[in-house]
Design a binder for this molecule. Structure first.
Ligand code: HPA
Length: 284
């Protein structure tokens, strides 16, 4: 068996020994959604360290656990903490958790992150609906022998972020009066922030926000046929666009400040997505 698939199956069996929960929505909680656990009626938590062979984050202050439970009536698996490529994990390990949540039953993947604003119209504290992405600066998680059990060798990427989910996010933000920018997310490897020249390059290439996660997870989820949506919390103007040097503290401070509306938007959107998944119309 393909060693990457073998590792994934080992994790899956390890999880299934502990829990038989079937999520419909998989949620990756980035900076700004640290408190989202309060919105979930949690039925079980699972520390990453309890899962055999599962990658554990090395970033200080990043929790590492799954929350399984309900948002409204929608069964969700939420990741509190993700691992990043810059931590030294191979790409197949970085995307393993997303693949695992799909194997558990999740049809929708809701990605969130903190990002630097490259678009001149964006301010720290803005939320951005991810419409598309540029993943060309990090290795693809699909490199290597294709795992046929997961998806095809050459997968289409014409609509990574599903239009119908984008519509739900847009409408929910309008109904809740939470402003939502829109744009293209570009993933760099990190861990250093970009130089001003790299930020200019990102802008020329069509990016509106830059970060160090998410796009690779979306590639793996798209390969498996998941419906994907994403929101970036713009925590800072990207390097070179303001007088101040960037710091992790600034990123965290902004993310914490925007936590409450971000949480509200994600919660209500998931409830509406659940209605669509379960065959009700979104406005019922
Ligand atoms: N660059 C990369 N990643 C980030 C940034 C940034 O400016 N802000 C938050 N995450």
């Amino acid at each position: 068996m393909n060693p990457v698939y073998e590792k994934l199956m080992r994790c899956y069996r390890s999880v299934r020994e502990k829990i038989d929960f079937r999520p419909q929505v998989a949620l990756v909680l980035g900076s700004g959604l640290g408190g989202f656990g309060e919105e979930i009626r949690v039925v079980q938590t699972l520390e990453y360290s309890e899962i055999e062979g599962f990658p554990v984050s090395t970033v200080p202050g990043h929790a590492g656990r799954f929350l399984f439970g309900y948002v409204g009536g929608v069964p969700v698996a939420a990741m509190q903490g993700r691992v990043h490529y810059y931590e030294g994990y191979s790409m197949d390990m970085v995307v393993l958790p997303v693949r695992l949540m799909k194997m558990m039953g999740a049809e929708i993947l809701f990605l969130t992150n903190a990002a630097g604003g490259v678009n001149y119209d964006f301010c720290p504290g803005d939320l951005m609906l991810i419409k598309d992405q540029i993943a060309s600066f990090v290795p693809s998680p699909l490199i290597g022998m294709n795992i046929e059990e997961l998806g095809p060798r050459f997968c289409d990427m014409s609509e990574v972020y599903e239009k119908s989910l984008q519509r739900i996010l847009r409408e929910t933000s309008k109904d809740l009066h939470i402003p939502l920018q829109e744009g293209v997310y570009l993933q760099f490897s990190g861990p250093a922030y970009e130089t001003p020249a790299e930020v200019r390059m990102a802008r020329v290439l069509g990016a509106d926000a830059v970060g160090m996660s998410t796009a690779c997870e979306a590639v793996a989820a798209n390969h498996m046929g998941m419906k994907i949506c994403g929101i970036s919390c713009i925590t800072n103007k990207a390097c070179g666009m303001s007088d101040q040097p960037l710091s992790h503290e600034e990123v965290q401070e902004t993310a914490d400040r925007i936590g409450a509306p971000f949480q509200k938007l994600v919660k209500e959107s998931i409830i509406r997505m659940g209605k669509v998944l379960n065959g009700e119309t979104a406005d019922e």
